[in-house]
Design a protein around this ligand. Structure first.
Ligand code: DC
Length: 232
């Protein structure tokens, strides 16, 4: 029995939750993983962590060779969020809030467009598949990383609603925010993630599309769990 398979040799079940920034994937995926007692993969944290480490170590964001070498070292030095502990640790230090900055998100989006970087992070993500199951959140979880996932969700909300969520987050942190500028940023990020040549953001053909513009977290989690109950 390999680590990714159950006692009967079957691959551990996977639910993929893909979608754009601000769709609530992180919150929903963690809640679903917790309720099912499954593992949780925040793949965006991997891209943010690699971008953050590159910025700190002076590695250029377009130097694919150096980024690939850095990702191999990172795999040993970091702890990714789990359903029980949402912190991201690098060399033992909690860097979660530094990874959520606009600068880290922007840098993550740039390195995520490099095919060699995406290839270097592939096995790391697939190795997170372990019994009793995995909830994987990202952009290409259902289309590229786990194409055989038993349930694929594409979670989305309108750019206006996603920008408003970000606006409220920033205000709650006591930061200045400009809603119109945030709407433009959300739209620009969507365009770049959706039009890049490698693994563009788009629903897998067999994904269930959920628009949660008018739905709260509890209702969205319930919708995903209901879909899971029918599949597993
Ligand atoms: O989900 P997030 O905002 O933490 O992701 C940060 C960036 O990483 C985002 O611009 C898209 C990219 N990303 C990706 O290309 N593929 C993934 N599976 C996850 C994130």
């Amino acid at each position: 029995m390999s680590e990714s398979t159950s006692r009967d040799g079957a691959a551990a079940p996977v639910i993929t939750i893909d979608g754009p920034s601000g769709s609530g994937k992180g919150t929903i995926s963690q809640a679903v993983a917790q309720q099912l007692g499954w593992h949780y993969l925040d793949s965006g944290a991997l891209y943010r962590l690699l971008a953050f480490a590159a910025l700190h170590k002076g590695v250029a964001l377009d130097d694919a060779t150096a980024l690939v070498a850095l990702s191999a070292r990172l795999a040993c030095d970091c702890c990714l969020p789990t359903a029980a502990d949402p912190a991201v640790r690098l060399e033992g230090r909690d860097v979660s809030s530094e990874l959520r900055t606009e600068a880290a998100g922007e840098a993550a989006s740039r390195i995520a467009a490099l095919p060699a970087v995406r290839a270097a992070l592939l096995d790391w993500q697939r190795n997170c598949r372990k019994p009793p199951g995995l909830v994987a959140d990202g952009r290409d979880m259902g289309s590229v990383i786990f194409p055989d996932a038993g349930l694929k969700i594409f979670l989305t909300a309108s750019p206006q609603v996603r920008a408003e969520r970000r606006y409220n987050q920033l205000k709650n942190m006591g930061k200045e925010a400009d809603l119109a500028a945030l709407v433009s940023e959300v739209e620009a990020r969507d365009r770049r993630d959706a039009t890049r040549a490698t693994a563009p953001l788009k629903p897998a053909p067999d994904a269930l599309i959920l628009d949660n513009s008018k739905q709260d977290v509890t209702a969205t989690v319930a919708a995903v769990l209901e879909a899971a109950r029918k599949k597993f």
